[in-house]
Every structure is written in structure tokens, then in C-alpha cells.
Design a binder for this molecule. Structure first.
Ligand SMILES: NC(=O)c1ccc[n+]([C@@H]2O[C@H](COP(=O)([O-])OP(=O)(O)OC[C@H]3O[C@@H](n4cnc5c(N)ncnc54)[C@H](O)[C@@H]3O)[C@@H](O)[C@H]2O)c1
Length: 377
């Protein structure tokens, strides 16, 4: 693991998620940008002294010199956005598979270079767009794919959070300070941090691609250099239209990601804060409530659930699904087998490139007076 040391946020979540299925073991780390904190953090996680590294460069180089059956199989990168590309590239150059948190990089150009390197090396890159890992998201996607709703005509996705309602970055909050700093976060704040999740979820469930956008980005907390709120109109490649709203100044909201998708015959609705329920609505029949763990669900939804119906699964299990599917893919490849479609169902480098394109397009549209811009990748 690179990043995720003491006082870091998402690294600990990755460790829990990676551990849930017993396929993955943390064997080494460079857990902080500060070598001393890195080592202190590694000790707390019982890393052995010789594999508790002070920097990611040292870790990747030394690990690559170990015997094949001892060295790490893959590296997880859980640093702020500006510190994704260099370790990911170095890991790929040394023959290691990579897990990386979103957004994949600081710029679209970096994302493209990673995509090229993944193609060239044949290694696997997994991107943790967490929300695509939920069983009921898999169910939603499968129903759309099966044509249950007919042609998709409308996609509404909203992702309101309230935790950046005040300028906590000025009081030394570690997570808000890098997210509101263009040098460490990239050219967008809110749209890069959570708008990308919403866009990926909309494309993942609908099976469509965003083709045109019209964005209005806002800086609500005075003095911030990056957007902390925004509204985006969307047109998809089949002609469907949509709206994406993301905000980090929606005071009182926790992590209220919601999506609604409508076709000719009906639609669906999923809320991240109530993830075990999928509402399905019909033009000519009563609405239905689908629930996690039930035998009537699709293969993909059942494959990505662990507990019997009525035993709630949530964020950690959704995260774990991404790790489990990635690890199963690596296991199959190591055994010379072809991974199944269920195993291969995790976001990859292409999602990373589309995510970075979303950020660049949304910012370009926000700065433009033209109503619609073509979504360029
Ligand atoms: N998938 C999700 O739902 C989700 C949720 C939160 C964060 N994230 C993403 O995860 C990443 C990390 O976010 P966070 O909130 O955990 O950040 P954080 O500030 O809490 O932690 C970042 C960690 O990276 C370390 N670090 C920085 N540079 C490093 C380097 N060169 N070498 C080693 N370690 C280094 C820091 O010391 C710290 O331990 C971001 O890209 C963010 O967008 C994703």
C-alpha cells in the first residue's frame, strides 16, 4: 500500500475491504509521504521491518528484487490525486498490477499514459469507483441490460454532501486542504472528488456514454480556488438526456448519492444510504421493491452479495466486491485460466480515462458561454 498511514482516511477502508474475503494480505507499505510517519504507521499494522518502507520508490524497487513467490503481487495507491500517477507508472514499469483510488490521476494526459502502459504491459489496473460494487447497482445494471425498461430516455443522478459547507481547509483539516488545492486535487474540486463517482455510476448502470454536457460550476464558500458545487445537463450517446448534481456544501447531507433511470416502460431508483433496496417502477403496473440477498435477483447481484436477505450489507462490502473481483481475476490469470465475466466486473483504466475526461469536459463547459459542448475523450 502507498499512502493510507496514520490519520489518513480511505487507506484504512481499503485495508478492511481487501481483507473481507481472505484473498489479499498486506505484505508491505510506504504508508505516508513522511518516511517517519510511514514507518510508524507500518509498525501499527505489523508490517515486518524489512518491508516497512520509507518511500514508494524504495518499496517498488526493493520488492521487484525479491523472489517472485515472495514479492507483492500488486500495489494499492491511496494518496491524494497529485500522487497517483508517478507511483502507478513506476509500479507498472516494475511489473506490478495496480489498484488506485479515483480519480485515476491529476490530468487526462496522465490517465492516457497509464492506459497506454497497461496495454503495453498486459498488467491489470483496478480503479475503486466504490459505488459500482453494490449488489443492487449490479441488479439495476442487469435489468437495464436485459431491456426490462426498454430504451433508456432519462438519467437523474445527484450526489450531495455537506462536509465542505465551512472552510475547514483553513483550520488544518487534512482531507479538505488537499481537496481544495488545485496543485494537489486537479482542476476541479467537487466534480473531481464526487461528480466523477456520479458520472461513473450513471454510465455503469445505464450502459450509455455521456456525449454532450452543459455545466454550471460554483464556488460557494468564498475564497476557495475550486468548485464546491455544480449542476450539469447531460446528453447520452443514445439520445437520452440527464442531470448530474454534485455538491459538497449541501449542509446536513452525509453521502446522499441517488440515481434514477427511466426507459420507455419503467424506471429504477437507488439510494446509496439505503443500498440494500432497489425501487423499480412500471408504466402500467405497481412499483416493486427489490432487496439484496433474495433468490430472484440476477446472477451479478447474487455474486456480489455475501449475507442472507435481511442482513444489511453496505459500503465496506461494496468496496470488498471490487477487491474480490480484482483478486479473483489475478488468481485466474496466475493459474493460466480465463477470468469469468463476474470476476472481470470491476472498474479499470478505461473508467479512469473517462473520469478524467469528465473532469476536463465539465470544467471546460463551466467556463464556456456555449450551451452544449461535445464530451471529448
Ligand atoms: N472511492 C472512494 O469512495 C474514495 C473516498 C475517499 C477518498 N478517495 C480517494 O482516495 C485518495 C486519498 O484520499 P484520502 O481522503 O484518504 O486522503 P488523506 O489525505 O486522508 O490520505 C492520503 C495519504 O497519502 C499519503 N501520501 C501522500 N503522498 C504520498 C507519497 N508520495 N507516498 C506515500 N504516501 C503519500 C499521506 O501521507 C496520507 O497518508 C484520493 O485520491 C481520493 O480522491 C476515494
Amino acid at each position: 500500500m502507498i499512502g493510507g498511514g496514520k490519520n489518513a482516511f480511505i487507506g484504512a477502508v481499503h485495508r478492511i475491504a481487501a481483507n473481507i474475503d481472505g484473498q489479499i494480505e498486506l505484505v508491505c507499505g510506504a504508508l505516508s509521504s513522511d518516511p517517519e510517519t510511514a514507518k510508524e504507521s507500518g509498525k501499527l499494522l505489523f508490517l515486518t521491518e524489512d518491508r516497512n518502507y520509507g518511500s514508494y520508490q524504495e518499496m517498488i524497487e526493493k520488492e521487484s528484487l525479491l523472489p517472485v513467490d515472495t514479492r507483492m503481487h500488486f500495489v494499492t495507491i491511496v494518496t491524494p490525486n497529485f500522487a497517483h500517477y508517478a507511483p502507478a507508472m513506476l509500479a507498472l514499469e516494475h511489473g506490478f498490477h495496480v489498484v488506485i483510488d479515483k480519480p485515476i490521476s491529476l490530468t487526462l494526459a496522465e490517465a492516457r499514459k497509464l492506459e497506454e502502459k497497461v496495454r503495453e504491459t498486459g498488467l491489470t489496473l483496478c480503479l475503486t469507483y466504490t459505488y459500482s460494487g453494490y449488489p443492487m447497482v449490479k441488479q439495476a445494471r442487469q435489468m437495464v441490460k436485459d431491456g426490462a425498461f426498454g430504451e433508456i430516455r432519462k438519467v437523474l443522478v445527484e450526489y450531495p454532501q455537506g462536509w465542505l459547507s465551512l472552510p475547514s481547509e483553513r483550520d488544518g483539516n487534512k482531507q479538505s486542504s488537499w481537496r481544495t488545492d488545485p496543485a494537489r486535487s486537479g482542476i476541479s474540486g467537487c466534480m473531481g472528488d464526487i461528480g466523477t463517482h456520479a458520472a461513473q455510476l450513471a454510465e455503469y448502470i445505464s450502459g450509455l456514454e455521456i456525449a454532450k454536457i452543459c455545466a454550471d460550476l460554483n464556488i460557494v464558500v468564498e475564497g476557495r480556488p475550486l468548485d464546491d458545487d455544480g449542476n450539469v445537463l447531460l446528453k447520452f450517446n443514445n439520445g437520452a438526456n440527464g442531470v448530474l448534481v454534485a455538491s459538497q456544501i449541501a449542509a446536513g447531507e452525509e453521502n446522499a448519492l441517488k440515481i434514477k433511470i427511466y426507459g420507455e416502460k419503467g424506471g429504477l431508483e437507488w439510494h446509496q444510504e439505503e443500498p440494500n433496496t432497489l425501487k423499480v417502477k412500471w408504466l402500467d403496473a405497481p412499483s416493486q421493491i427489490y432487496r439484496t440477498g433474495q433468490g430472484y435477483l440476477s446472477q451479478a447481484a447474487q455474486y456480489n452479495a455475501r449475507t442472507p436477505a435481511g442482513h444489511p450489507e453496505g459500503y465496506l462490502e461494496a468496496f470488498a466486491n471490487i477487491y474480490r473481483n480484482f483478486a479473483s481475476t489475478l488468481q485466474a490469470l496466475l493459474a493460466g485460466e480465463i477470468p469469468t465475466a463476474d470476476m472481470l466486473d470491476f472498474p479499470g483504466v478505461e473508467d479512469g480515462v473517462r473520469g478524467m475526461a469528465f473532469i476536463e469536459n465539465v470544467v471546460a463547459s463551466g467556463q464556456s458561454d456555449q450551451k452544449w459542448l461535445d464530451f471529448k475523450v
